[in-house]
Design a protein around this ligand. Structure first.
Ligand code: 0L1
Ligand code: MG
Length: 261
């Protein structure tokens, strides 16, 4: 019975994304006692549907990686989702607003992984040793839920609100940086909206990737060589509107921009 509900949840959320319409949270429509494990099962089915349609995974992504977001959601662990190839927007390119529901943008550091990383027990230092490059990124999140009203299982099932990503052009060795101190600013139409440093992401962005490896290990999975992984938001997320020119500047990693068309 539960598996039937989980399938319905995955179908419902894929349809909401494809049809670009906000929906009532799945914990209200399908299962008020939806657990985190069941939500990840629904996310796995959603991911499988996209793979079956021919989309390719760019890498997992981490969400809810700041103390502020934990307090807001009443949780004490981050979540993960998956970025697909159809979600990529060119640096300096156009993000078509009509493809999305109510998008927000946040600044993140991404990790290009050089060797498989298999938990449990992975540390941030081990992640850094297996990271080929780091690169700056702007993540566009677009919760499929009406009025951003969701619980933790709801957002997990919704692929952690993943929607679009703009990667910067700089590929830098992690050893050149003290990533907890890397600052980022997020500006819209030339106005500074948010700022932060890498330490906002679980104390150090590599810690977030280590947590991911350890979470994936619970289901017998691992981080794979070649994955490009968003480590979590350095800044708060900012609502986007048609006509916005968005710029994220990262200390030592350059600028990432896009225009909302
Ligand atoms: O990338 C993320 O931090 C996902 C956040 C999920 C919650 C939201 O949509 O705000
Ligand atoms: Mg994010």
């Amino acid at each position: 019975m539960t598996i039937e509900i989980i399938k319905k949840i995955a179908d419902y959320l894929v349809a909401a994304e494809v049809e670009k319409r906000e929906v009532v949270k799945v914990s209200k429509v399908f299962k008020p006692d939806l657990t985190v494990d069941e939500a990840y099962q629904a996310q796995e089915l959603l991911v499988q549907k996209k793979l079956d349609e021919g989309h390719k995974i760019i890498g997992p992504k981490m969400g809810l990686t700041s103390k502020a977001k934990w307090d807001q959601m009443g949780v004490s662990e981050p979540i993960y989702g998956y970025v697909f190839d159809y979600m990529l927007v060119n640096n300096g390119g156009v993000l078509p607003f009509s493809e999305l529901i109510h998008p927000k943008v946040e600044a993140e550091i991404a990790f290009l992984i050089g060797e498989d990383i298999e938990g449990p027990g992975i540390t941030g230092a081990q992640v850094l040793a297996k990271t080929q490059y780091i690169l700056p990124a702007l993540e566009i999140i677009d919760s499929r839920y009406e009025n951003f009203n969701f619980t933790l299982p709801d957002v997990i099932a919704d692929n952690a609100s993943t929607s679009r990503v703009v990667f910067g052009n700089a590929l830098k060795k992690p050893s050149e940086f003290d990533l907890e101190l890397v600052g980022a600013t997020l500006s819209i139409n030339g106005q500074l909206k948010e700022l932060g440093a890498g330490a906002a992401v679980l104390g150090h962005p590599a810690n977030s990737i280590a947590v991911l490896a350890n979470m994936l290990a619970r289901k017998g999975d691992k981080i794979k060589k070649g994955d490009i992984i968003l480590s979590g938001a350095i800044t708060s997320a900012v609502m986007l509107r048609v006509g916005d020119f968005v710029s994220g500047k990262f200390d030592g990693l350059g600028e990432v921009t896009f225009f909302v068309g």
